[in-house]
Ligand binder design. Structure first.
Ligand code: AP5
Length: 284
C-alpha cells in the first residue's frame, strides 16, 4: 500500500518567524528566515526531501500534541515550531495535501479521504502505514511536534514500539484542555484559505477583508469536516478513541496538561513554561 503523495503546493507558509532565548539546554535560539522547512519529506513521503533539512541537534524536542479536534493543536504547533524549531508533523495535513497534490491518490488514500470527509477516524492500519513510510521524520535530528497522531491506543502503542526500536523517546505529551462548548465554537468559526491553507476564525482571528486570505488573497472556505454533522462525528470519535490516550501517556509519566483558554500566544507561553519546568525537574 503506497501513500506517497506529490504535493508541491504543500509548502507551509507558517514556518517563518524568529524566536529568541535559551531554556534548560533546549533549543530556543533565533531562526534565520532562510532556514524554512517545507516539510516535504513528511507531506509528500520518503522520495521527497525537505528543501532545508532541519539542523541535527540532540536537544530538539520530540513532542506529541494531544487534544480534541479544534482545541487549537495546529495553531499551537505553528507557534511552538517558532519557539522550539521542531518540525510540525500533522497526519491531517498529509491527508489534506493528498486532495490538492495534482497526482492520482492511491486507493488507500482515496478511502482515507472518505473517512475524513465524514469526520470518522481513518483506519489504524492506513494511518500507521503512512507514518511508517515517513519514519525518517521521527528519526530526524530536528525533532518533531506530532499533531493529530497518535489518535488511538493502537497507534500510540505502534509509535511507542517504533521509537523504542530506534532508541528514541518522546520528551512529553502536551494535552490541551478546553470545555466542549468552546471547542465546537472554535471549529464552526474556523475558515481556511483554499490556496495556502492559512487558518482564521470568524471571531477570534478574522481576516482583514471578509472571506479573503490576508496572506495570499485566496478564498476562505469552511473545511468539509467543520460542517456541524461532521463535527459531531469527530467529537464522538475523540471521546471514544483518543481520550483514552490521556491515561496511557499519564502512566508513562509523559503527560503535560495545559488549559487551552486565552489567546494562542498565552497558551503557547504556558506550554513552553510547563515544558521548561518538566525538563528542570528531570535534571533534579
Ligand atoms: P486533523 O487535521 O488532525 O484535525 P483535528 O484533530 O480534528 O484538529 P483540527 O485541525 O480540526 O483542529 P486543531 O486542534 O488543530 O485546531 P486549530 O488550531 O485549527 O484531522 C482531520 C481528520 O483526518 C480526522 O478527523 C481523521 O479523519 C483524519 N486523521 C488525521 N489523523 C488521523 C489519525 N492519526 N488517525 C485516524 N484518522 C486521522 O484551531 C481551530 C480553530 O480555533 C481555528 O479557527 C483557530 O483560529 C481557532 N483558535 C485556535 N486557538 C484559539 C484560541 N486560543 N482562541 C480562540 N480561537 C482559537
Amino acid at each position: 500500500m503506497i501513500l506517497y503523495l506529490g504535493c508541491n503546493q504543500a509548502r507551509s507558509a507558517r514556518h517563518h518567524a524568529r524566536i529568541y532565548g535559551v531554556a534548560q539546554g533546549r533549543t530556543l535560539s533565533p531562526m534565520a528566515d532562510e532556514k524554512k522547512n517545507d516539510r516535504a519529506a513528511w507531506l509528500q513521503g520518503p522520495p521527497a526531501e525537505c528543501s532545508v533539512p532541519p539542523e541535527n541537534d540532540a536537544t530538539r524536542w520530540r513532542l506529541v500534541l494531544l487534544g480534541a479536534p479544534g482545541v487549537g493543536k495546529g495553531t499551537q504547533a505553528d507557534l511552538l515550531h517558532e519557539r522550539l524549531h521542531a518540525c510540525h508533523l500533522s497526519t491531517g495535513d498529509v491527508f489534506r495535501a493528498a486532495t490538492r497534490s495534482g497526482c492520482d491518490p492511491s486507493p488507500a488514500m482515496i478511502s482515507a479521504l472518505e473517512y475524513m470527509r465524514r469526520g470518522d477516524l481513518v483506519p489504524d492500519e492506513t494511518v500507521w502505514q503512512m507514518v511508517r513510510e515517513r519514519a525518517g521524520c521521527l528519526r530526524c535530528g530536528g525533532g518533531f511536534l506530532l499533531d493529530g497522531f497518535p489518535r488511538t491506543l493502537t497507534q500510540a502503542e505502534e509509535l511507542h514500539r517504533a521509537m523504542l526500536r530506534e532508541n528514541l523517546a518522546l520528551d512529553a505529551v502536551v494535552n490541551y484542555e478546553l470545555p466542549r462548548q468552546e471547542i465546537v465554537a472554535r471549529l464552526s468559526g474556523r475558515r481556511v484559505c483554499e490556496k495556502c491553507k492559512a487558518v482564521y476564525h470568524v471571531a477570534h482571528h478574522p481576516p482583514k477583508t471578509k472571506g479573503v486570505c490576508d496572506r495570499c488573497g485566496g478564498k476562505l472556505i469552511l473545511r468539509e469536516d467543520d460542517r456541524p454533522e461532521a463535527i459531531a462525528v469527530r467529537m464522538e470519535a475523540y471521546e471514544r478513541s483518543t481520550a483514552p490516550l490521556i491515561k496511557f501517556y499519564e502512566a508513562l509519566g509523559l503527560l503535560v496538561p495545559i488549559p487551552a483558554t486565552g489567546t494562542p500566544e498565552e497558551i503557547c507561553a504556558r506550554t513552553v513554561i510547563a515544558l521548561q519546568a518538566r525538563t528542570a525537574r528531570a535534571r533534579g
